[in-house]
Design a protein around this ligand. Structure first.
Ligand SMILES: *[C@@H]1O[C@H](CO)[C@@H](O)[C@H](O)[C@H]1NC(C)=O
Ligand SMILES: *[C@@H]1O[C@H](CO)[C@@H](O)[C@H](O)[C@H]1NC(C)=O
Length: 384
């Protein structure tokens, strides 16, 4: 018995049966052709889609993205250009690591114009900014500005101001606490990201410049030493604040005191940012009434690089009125006689030679001092 091939064809003759066998073979051929064509079309369309997608991206991207990418990846500028925006998403740990990069080949393969980084550590506004604007005018290639203010402060400098968009990511900083030193290190680290910055000047909102830009620039650039106040005070406000548990990293004979406001070169700025040896000791054992911002950098730098610091700051301040804070000068204080007194009768060592130019900056000046300061700037401070 022959098994039934097509039950529906049951009872039909052999020719019909033969036809019915031929018919599916044709369908099969036809279907195969259809599948092959379909597959071919599929491959073709995938290819075309990719091709046109690439074309589209290419057409859109070429004028906008491509030149930037090519330039950035093939040119030395990629490594020497300062970041376009001061705001970034780096963590503190990432920032300090990045800031501590130092080229090992000492000769720069390009013309490096050294700049001064003016770092303003403020609560919020910079009331004396019109004086500073005049001071900076015309020296755009030789300085950069960084502002660390309280994190909730919203600056409102106009785009034409030298202070516009110069804020760095900030955190709370309180007088006498480690977070004050953290803010100073944060300023240094952000300023270090610009390879052109060679000097780092810490200022507050109450500081003023005492000379014009050219004089201050030359004074710093020609100096053999960084300017950090550092002295050994045997009394209760000096060695009295030392804690024995800081040993062996810090011995009492190495304990130093000095004003917070410093002017340091790039080497010392990096030393301060990369420090992990002294930082934990100060953080743990120098809390009020040990005012850490008066001791950490002077002590650390005296231990590590005594031969690189002048042991004096360039920021003048008046402690003669006594008390925990220096004198603040307002509108009524600013006279020709007062300003002349700041310059006169000073003597110090500059590059190991006696000098009468000992201070480049002064504090503390109230917002009301602005008008008389602007009035005396051309004749006494050397800029207008
Ligand atoms: C600063 O003081 C240290 C000692 O604390 C000393 O070794 C160094 O020579 C002083 N620097 C200058 C420029 O006199
Ligand atoms: C800066 O001040 C000095 C001395 O007062 C003066 O000789 C010089 O011309 C001033 N420079 C500018 C650019 O005003």
């Amino acid at each position: 018995m022959q098994p039934r091939v097509l039950p529906s064809e049951d009872g039909k003759d052999s020719s019909q049966r033969t036809q019915s066998r031929v018919f599916p073979a044709r369908i099969l051929k036809f279907l195969t052709l259809f599948v092959v064509l379909g597959f071919g079309f599929f491959v073709f369309s995938v290819y075309m889609t990719r091709y046109f997608d690439l074309q589209t991206i290419g057409f859109q991207a070429r004028p906008v993205i491509k030149p930037c990418i090519e330039e950035e990846q093939s040119d030395l500028r990629r490594w020497i250009k300062p970041p376009r925006s001061l705001m970034h998403k780096m963590s503190e740990e990432e920032l300090f690591w990045r800031a501590s990069f130092v080229p090992q080949v000492k000769k720069y393969p390009f013309k490096r114009v050294p700049k001064v980084a003016f770092m303003f550590l403020t609560k919020g506004p910079l009331p004396l900014f019109p004086l500073w604007e005049k001071f900076f005018k015309g020296h755009e290639e030789l300085y950069s500005i960084y502002i660390h203010s309280l994190p909730d402060y919203q600056p409102n400098f106009p785009p034409s101001s030298v202070f516009y968009n110069r804020q760095i990511p900030s955190k709370v900083a309180e007088w006498g606490k480690m977070n004050m030193c953290d803010a100073e290190r944060r300023l240094l680290a952000n300023a270090l990201l610009d390879l052109s910055n060679e000097w780092f000047v810490l200022l507050s909102e109450s500081c003023i410049p005492l000379y014009n830009f050219s004089i201050i620039y030359q004074y710093l650039m020609r100096s053999r030493y960084s300017f950090v106040g550092s002295f050994d005070d045997p009394g209760p406000y000096g060695r009295g604040r030392y804690n024995l548990r800081m040993a062996p990293e810090i011995d009492i004979t190495q304990w130093r005191k000095g004003a917070q406001w410093f002017e340091v070169n790039r080497k010392l700025a990096i030393d301060i940012v990369r420090d992990t040896k002294y930082y934990p000791k100060f953080k743990e054992f120098c809390k009020p009434s040990c005012y850490v911002d008066e001791h950490y950098f002077p002590t650390m730098l005296t231990i590590e690089s005594p031969h690189l610091i002048a042991n004096r700051t360039l920021t003048w301040v008046d402690w003669s009125r006594g008390g925990a804070h220096p004198a603040t000068f307002g509108k009524g204080d600013i006279t020709e006689a007062f300003l002349k007194k700041i310059f006169e009768g000073k003597s110090c060592l500059y590059n190991d030679q006696p000098s009468s130019v000992c201070f480049l900056f002064a504090r503390k000046f109230a917002p009301s001092a602005m008008a008389p300061l602007l009035q005396f700037a051309p004749s006494l401070l050397g800029f207008e």
